[in-house]
Design a protein around this ligand. Sequence first.
Ligand code: ARG
Length: 454
Amino acid sequence: MSRFSQPPEAGFRRLNDSISFDWRLGPYDVQQSRAHVTMLAAQGIITGPDRDALDRALGQVEHELASGSFELAAGDEDIHMAIERRVGALSGAVGGKLHTARTRNDQVATEVAMFVRAHAHEARTAAARLAMTLVELAERHLDWPMPGYTHLQRAQPVYLSHHLLAYVWMLVRDRARFRHVVDATGPLPLGAGALAGVNFDTDRAFVARELGFASVSENSIDAVSNRDFVLDYLAAAATCATHLSRLGSEIVLWSSSEFGFCRLADAWASGSSIMPQKKNPDAAELLRAKAPRLTAHLVALYGVLHGLPLTYNKDMQEDKEPLFDAADTLETCLAAAHGMLASITFDRERMEAAASDELLAATDVADLLVRRGMPFRAAHGVVAGLVRTAVQQGKSLSDLAPDQLEAASPLLGDAFYEVLAGHAWLESKVSEGGTSLERIRQQLRRARAALAPA
Ligand code: ARG
C-alpha cells in the first residue's frame, strides 16, 4: 500500500531523484548497513538468523557494487532505496527489517560524513606527496638565485629553493585544515532516527566504533541537520586549490619565453593545432583555473544551508554534487601538480641573469646607510635618488661615479660598490625564515619534520 494515489510525475522525478550521483555512496551504504544489522542483533532487536540473512544479502550487494554488476531498477530514487530494494529481492521478507531503527535522514548524513572523511585523508596524503616533491626540488636547487617579485616587478633576489618552499608551507597548512575536517566528521549521526531518536534501545557507540567514528552525536536534531563537515571539506579544498592556482600561474609565467625560468616535460604540455612551434603549459593553466570552481561549490552549499529550518529538508540533497565534484577536482589537481613538478627543469642561467639586476640590491644599499647611522626612511630617499639618476643616465648602480655618491650621501663610500658585488644580497638575509642558505637549510629540516607521518 502507498499513501499516494498517483505515481510521481516524470518531471518531478527528474528533479527529485539523486541516484544519478549518489550511487557513489553505495559502498558506504553497505558498510553502514552491515554495522547497523550487527548492532540490531546484538541488542536483541532482530534475531541471529535475520542478521545472517541480511548480512548475506548485503555481502552480495557489496560484491555487485564492486564488480559493476549492481543493477538499478526503474523506481530507484536514490542509492539507499536501491540497495534496500536489492536486499529485499535477495533475502525475501526479512529484507524489510534492514530499515528498523533507522531512517534515510541519519543514514545519508552518516554516509556523507564517511565520504568526507575518506577524501580528507586522501587530500592529506596527496598534499604530502606534492609537498615532498617540492622539498626535493628545493634541495636540488638550493643555491640557485632568482628574483623575488612584488607587483610582478623584480624586488629582491631569493634562492629558488626558498621560493619553492613557500608552497610547501601552504600545503602543510592545507594538511592541518584537512585534519580538522577529519575531526569534524567525528560524531556518528546514525541512530538519530528521522530527527527525534528511535524507539529501540540501540547501541550507537558500537556502530560508531565499527564505522570509524570517534563519538556519537549528542543531539538527534543537530545530527540530521548538520552538514558542517561538508562545508569544512569544501573550504579546505577551495583553499588548497587556490594555492595550486598560484603555483600554476607562476609556472605559466616562468615557462614563457619572456621568463624562460623553467621547462615542462613534454608529457605535461600540449602543442597547438596550427602553430607547430608551440608548447603550451595547459596543465599549469588548468591548475590556475580550477580553484574558483571549488570556491563556488562552497558558496553554493552555504546558500543551500543558510536560513534552512531544522531538521532535514530535501534541500540538503544538494550537498552531494558540489562535494563529489570538489573531491574529484582537487584530487586530479593535486596529482597533476605533483606529476608536472616531478618532471620540470629549471634554467639556472636565465634565473641568475634576472637576479643579477643590480637594482635588486637597492634595499641592501639603504641598509648600509642605516648601519652607518642614517634613519631608514632617509636612507630609502637617498637610494631612490641614486636609482633615479642611474635609470635616467642609462647606467647601472655600480656605474655611478664616487662624486655622485658623495653628493647623495657622504656615508656611502667604497662600501657601496662592495654591497653591489657578488651575491652578498642573498646571504645577508640572515633573519629567521629569510633566504640565506643557512636559514634555508634550517627551513628544509623543519619542512621535512612537518611532513613526517605523525
Ligand atoms: N537522497 C536523499 C538525500 O540525499 C536521501 C535522504 C532522503 N530523506 C528524506 N527524508 N527524503 O538527501
